[in-house]
Design a protein around this ligand. Sequence first.
Ligand code: F6R
Length: 583
Amino acid sequence: MCGIIGYIGYRKASEVILEGLRKLEYRGYDSAGIATLSGKIQLIKDAGRLDEIHRRRNFLQLEGTIGIGHTRWATHGGVSQKNAHPHSDSHGKIFLVHNGVIENFEELRASLSKKGHRFSSETDTEAIAHLVEEELKKEKDFGKAFSNAISMLKGTWSVVCISEGEEAIHASRNGPPLVIGIGEGEMFCASDVPALLAYTKKVVFLEDGDRAVIKKGGFEIFSGSKRVRRKIHSINWSAQMAEKGGYPHFMLKEISEQPAKIREALSADVDEAAAILGGQEHFTVVACGSSYYAGLVFKSIAQSILGVPCEVILGSEFQYARTGKEKVVIAISQSGETADTLSAARLAKSSGAKVVAITNVLGSSLYREADASVMIGAGPELSVVATKSFTCQVAVLAKIALALGKREKELERLQGVSEKIEKVLESQSKIKKLADRLSRFKDFFYIGRGMAFPSALEGALKLKEITYLHAEAYAAGELKHGPLSLLDKNVVVVALAPADSSFPKTMSNVQECLARNANLVVLSDSKQALGKAKLSLAVPKAEGAEIPLVYSVPLQLLAYYLAVKLKRDPDKPRNLAKSVTVE
Ligand code: F6R
């Protein structure tokens, strides 16, 4: 969601911050702003895209070597200039940016208003700046005043603050991530590592309840009034990984990286996770969105080869659906910061469950809080929608299930899946043509059975996210229980028909769609199936756990090329954020 960056050092702060904010655009936002300190604090903020604002207002006119920047994803107050961050106190001397939700902001505003504070936005954030101002009346030390103000907040936040006369950045975390980047004679802080990669690979992840004072020569972290030490991590992501590398969009780059990334995912160390999961009589998986669909793949494999019942629960529903007796919970989250998944994992942990995290982000909340973490190794994923992170999750989860079932042969076969995905990528021009042919339709159904069903769900999610077309997925056998009533010549049905044991029944469902004059698109490795439809795509033969990997990739490409054809930005879909840090 919101993106934060802070800089203190010797470079022009507005330049570093603008670049950093560009790297955080993937998180999703609707307005942006930068404030820098050069004697006085100067500010530029507005609604709209970062580069549009920059064209109109030129962020680089902001002088100084200390500053903060923000991309806002509106929660409290509409999308407008006045609600964009940074926000300031009454006198324009203290400026801060915030990610999260201040739950007691109405009480705070009411009591501050009584003391004469005038608010200029509708945000919850602005109250924090006024609180710091109020505390400074009683306390000369800025760090203490900041700390006192923070102690009055209820809710979630990462806050980064600068003030006139202060050669320091003050920061606090309680919920949304905040990472400090360590340079030589310069320091950074940001919501996420990609913003820092061009400058440093040495980072410290703040923990909930931490407050940091960051100066150009170093930093101090406090938990309450106690100074604490946090581990310095070395990040193995490169700055190039956060660039488009010649591709028109991050999404296409990330789709294309999948053969290599899946190879890496399949070499992940799963021993610690397997030690926790081995011998269990029941698994519970919690996750959201695409990660939830990856969980469904795990369920199919775990139940079929291990005979262990597995329940997959949406993060947001876990609080209502749980028994309280869960012994082991697998929490799947690319970002490791999804609030719904995190709160499910925390709830499970609080009632005694062990948590195994499957994540892509080292040092993320889920990574740190789990009893064991498996890194999926997808590298930075900067398009808002999940592509390589989904397939890498599936690969790692399949590896865990196959390792638990001691299925060495199947595990070995799975290593070859990347070559099949390379073949899918070679058929890109065909998929692009398919997208062109489908671009006049508004309604899409995706169907699949067994191992292909999670791919159908993922395909429909990708399409709706980036094209804004109506798409839904059904287990192929479910069509006749309701949705068939919607099929006619205006509807597209994308049928996933791998030639496995589900094939004959899927083909009957395909016939049902043809009989209703739906526009059928078949993806299959069977000539018989491909011959049934005017539009089709041959997919390499896949078995078992390979199916969701091999079938998801052409659906990602179909969604991508349809979005491009419809002139939508596939990397930044409207209303969506990459890392969803609110429940
Ligand atoms: C879909 C997508 C979202 C995420 C979901 C969970 O393209 O990106 O549905 O999968 O928000 O995110 P993580 O995996 O970070 O917990």
